[in-house]
Design a protein around this ligand. Structure first.
Ligand SMILES: N[C@@H](CCC(=O)N[C@@H](CS)C(=O)NCC(=O)O)C(=O)O
Length: 209
């Protein structure tokens, strides 16, 4: 299996999943700073020009959350996803993944765009302020959910935790997580796992070295 990846990009969720599973993969680094994700060779693989992409013997899959769930389903021994027959557990697992990639991640991504993706003349400080408000309101929902819980869905570690912890780590880059003690404790616990990738700040620092 080939993973097209770039250090702290959302591909880190997939790398983390592989590492938890103990499954080997071929890494294909894509130089985002050099714009390799916009070159015709890469666009032929993912016309959206985004990372990550998984190529599993010709099955080309994009969307980091979908890839993590696919890998968890493909290698069920580690129980990184409830099986589709466990309908209620699977529903809660998917619910928190969707919550994460829509309610939490989108304000973070909007902020990143205004900070370094959009051309300078299109960057709006006011939109970052709105994005932060929206993120904080949804983080409060997750903070309440995490009271007395170790994992975001169910009673053991799953890819829902990988996706959530990665996203919360992203929020720490903006200083948005300071008032959420349960989320901070959860984040620290998740990144203490031996299979966890480097924290985003560390990965960015390594890229800029
Ligand atoms: N929803 C996608 C988002 C992927 C995404 O936007 N990746 C970023 C890197 S973290 C990217 O490739 N950005 C390039 C661009 O938007 O031009 C996923 O989760 O895989």
């Amino acid at each position: 299996m080939k993973l097209y990846e770039a250090g702290p990009a959302r591909s880190a969720r997939v790398r983390w999943t592989f590492q938890e599973l103990g499954v080997d993969f071929e890494s294909v680094p894509i130089g985002m700073m050099a714009g390799e994700h916009r070159k015709p060779e890469f666009l032929a693989i993912n016309p959206a020009g985004k990372i990550p992409v998984l190529d599993d013997d010709g099955l080309v899959l994009t969307e980091s959350a979908a890839i993590c769930i696919y890998l968890a389903d493909k290698f069920p021994a580690k129980q990184l996803a409830p099986s589709p027959t466990e309908v209620q557990q699977r529903a809660q697992f998917l619910r928190w993944i969707f919550f994460c990639v829509t309610e939490l991640e989108q304000p973070l991504w909007r902020t990143a765009r205004h900070q370094f993706v959009y051309p300078e003349e299109k960057r709006l400080a006011a939109d970052i302020e709105l994005a932060q408000q929206e993120f904080l309101a949804m983080a409060a929902v997750l903070e309440a959910h995490m009271q007395g819980r170790f994992f975001v869905a169910g009673d053991h570690f799953t890819v829902a935790d990988i996706i959530t912890a990665y996203t919360l780590d992203w929020a720490t880059m903006y200083g948005w997580l300071t008032n959420f003690p349960a989320l901070n404790a959860y984040l620290e616990r998740m990144y203490q796992r031996p299979a966890a990738p480097p924290r985003m700040a560390v990965a960015f620092a390594a890229m800029n070295r």
